[in-house]
Design a protein around this ligand. Structure first.
Ligand code: BDP
Length: 332
């Protein structure tokens, strides 16, 4: 008898709800076209989704319709940890995730989320668009993932239910949801909060029912997830600028002809400026909407937060590779 645990049922259930995928076989692709599946947890219209759709349009044009990309948004294929696993094993062809769920799998990705490491968005772009981004991207390959692009994710800040958290001392005793990454758990501890790792889809009800007192994210996500309805204080700590990764399953990638692989890489690359334009507009829009919805925007004492982060660096930037990445990111 197979025991189906709730989480397995979740994944299988999600897959069953989706139209049956055409098995991806290269010669079949040549003969009748193939539809590749992409997963994202965000709702339709979110800049990451639009980035991948833009890429899909280019791929379809450049392969004369032989290869199409179908986007499954809004967690239709599961939470990020699930879609990452499924992408690694070729069940899904692409997944767009934050760097955090990759941290425990691909250590180099930790560098991208470290607190206060990127000075601002231009600094993050410079690093991710250059040799460091390429180097970290290469590292995902041995885990079955081809990194095709880095998308923007702005800066992450706290949002809380009971009060704002201008000073880290105000986080004491608060349960704060974090992404499922050891580095993120350690960071919350360093700030003095109680870390509660949860999948993204559980955060709204966790906030509502008091399982957590707060979470942290960029403004667009705070808005589109409607978390602003249940946590009204948004304190600008801007403690991390961890970007998003668009990864393709290596299994799916390897089945493509060389020329099609190149089309895929190039289309993903061209989707980045498109995504970034949408992102900048979305940040402004989200800020205005949450304030109109009753959010109090508060400026944090960022220096006080930054001062507490050394233990995270001591714990996670230990080997030569991470040390060198951090040094080079700082110098960029
Ligand atoms: C958002 C990222 C998404 C993460 C989410 C989270 O775009 O990939 O899943 O944060 O906090 O900003 O889980």
């Amino acid at each position: 008898m197979t025991i189906v645990t709730p989480s397995r049922r979740g994944i299988l259930g999600a897959l069953a709800a989706v139209p049956l995928a055409t098995p991806f076989v290269a010669n079949r692709a040549a003969a009748q076209g193939v539809t590749l599946r992409a997963a994202d947890i965000h709702p339709d219209g979110y800049p990451t989704i639009e980035g991948v759709k833009f890429m899909g349009k280019l791929v379809e044009e450049r392969t004369s319709g032989r290869i199409r990309i179908q986007m499954f948004h809004s967690r239709q294929l599961g939470e990020e940890k699930d879609t990452l696993e499924q992408t690694r094993f070729g069940v899904i062809d692409f997944t767009r995730v934050n760097t955090a769920p990759l941290n425990n799998l691909v250590p180099a990705t930790i560098a991208m989320g470290l607190p206060f490491l990127f000075r601002d968005t231009p600094h993050m772009h410079k690093v991710m668009d250059g040799p460091i981004g390429e180097e970290i991207g290469r590292d995902t390959t041995s885990y079955g993932l081809i990194t095709l692009a880095y998308y923007d994710s702005g800066a992450r800040s706290f949002y809380t239910k009971p009060h704002a958290v201008q000073e880290p001392a105000q986080l004491k005793g608060l349960k704060i949801r974090v992404q499922q990454s050891d580095m993120w758990v350690a960071l919350m501890r360093a700030f003095g909060a109680n870390a509660t790792p949860l999948p993204f889809g559980e955060v709204y009800s966790a906030l509502q029912t008091g399982v957590v007192d707060g979470a942290e994210n960029n403004e667009p996500t705070y808005f589109t997830s409607r978390h602003f309805e249940v946590a009204k204080f948004y304190t600008r700590t801007e403690h991390s600028n961890s970007p998003e990764i668009l990864a393709m399953s290596k299994r799916s990638f390897d089945k493509l002809a060389k020329a099609d692989q190149e089309i895929m890489r190039q289309a993903a690359k061209e989707s980045v400026p498109h995504m970034r334009r949408l992102w900048a507009a979305m940040e402004d829009e989200a800020r205005a909407k949450v304030v109109a919805g009753g959010t109090q925007m508060v400026q944090a004492d960022k220096a006080a937060y930054a001062k507490l982060t050394q233990p995270v660096y001591d714990q996670f930037v230990k080997d030569a590779k991470l040390k060198s990445l951090v040094e080079r990111i700082r110098a960029a």
